[in-house]
Write a protein that binds this ligand. Structure first.
Ligand SMILES: Nc1ncnc2c1ncn2[C@@H]1O[C@H](COP(=O)(O)OP(=O)(O)OP(=O)(O)O)[C@@H](O)[C@H]1O
Ligand SMILES: [Mg+2]
Length: 241
């Protein structure tokens, strides 16, 4: 018996503002891993994530999350979503932000301290979010999505604008979460993050280029550098077309 995938997408078709953004995507994501969703700006990463969390009107196809149709009310507490735009309040402290979100999602106040610890911000609980570094702020957003212990975490460019050290720390946190059984889908438009993922979904112009792993992508292209490997895949697909 094969386990139900965390995400199962079949023939997904999405238009936004009259543009066919995702013409036809099918892909499955297994549970308990970190999958990177990578592709250039405007290729459709956010649109795909919105479809997965069930906030995107779709023109066709099916999206199942943890075996249920995306957006089902019983998934609300099982899926965490951190949008690309900052979603925490600068004029509240770390603790106040999380107390507020804990009330919104209906989890106990004790969960706040646990979550702050998970993202490595113990010691910053009383600090105003506006006084934090970019990486610390990204961790507060992440913490808000972790409060209800979601089975699936969808993170839209969580490391954008962070220096390499902070990025590495966040990726470490993602893997710790995956080891505890959470499935993570993390988008990025910079290929140098691809190496930190267990699985890679490469998208270009709304189309699935590859569902692969860093090792398999290096093997396929003979390129050690994943940015160059991505370009090679694009070139070879264009030649084949
Ligand atoms: N509300 C909208 N109306 C019309 N077109 C839209 C809308 N939102 C997005 N698009 C278009 O859909 C395409 C995919 O956008 P999307 O935000 O999914 O890309 P992305 O891969 O997340 O990009 P980025 O890396 O810049 O965040 C883009 O061409 C964008 O211009
Ligand atoms: Mg985006």
């Amino acid at each position: 018996m094969t386990a139900t995938p965390a995400i199962s997408i079949r023939d997904l078709r999405v238009s936004r503002g009259g543009n066919l953004v995702l013409p036809d995507i099918s892909v499955e994501i297994e549970k308990g891993s970190v999958t990177g969703l990578l592709g250039p700006s405007g290729c459709g990463k956010t649109t795909l994530m919105r479809s997965i969390v069930g906030v995107q009107i779709v023109a066709g196809g099916t999206v199942e999350v943890l075996g249920r149709p995306a957006g089902s009310s019983d998934l609300r507490n099982r899926v965490g979503y951190v949008t690309q735009a900052p979603s925490v309040y600068g004029d509240l402290s770390v603790g106040e932000n999380l107390d507020y979100f804990a009330r919104v999602v209906g989890v106990s106040p004790e969960r706040v301290a646990e979550t702050i610890e998970t993202v490595g911000l113990s010691g910053f609980t009383g600090r105003l979010v506006s006084s934090l570094s970019g990486g610390q702020r990204a961790r507060v957003s992440l913490a808000s999505a972790l409060l209800n212990k979601p089975d699936l975490l969808v993170l839209d460019e969580p490391t954008v604008g962070l220096d390499p050290l902070l990025r590495a720390e966040l990726w470490k946190t993602f893997h710790e979460l995956a080891e505890s059984g959470t499935t993570l889908l993390v988008s990025s438009h910079v290929m140098d993050e691809a190496g930190a993922c267990d699985h890679l979904i490469l998208i270009r112009d709304g189309r699935l280029l590859r569902h692969t792993t860093p090792e398999a992508l290096r093997r396929e292209t003979g390129e050690n550098d994943l940015g160059r490997a991505f370009l090679k895949v694009i070139e070879s697909d264009e030649e084949a077309a």
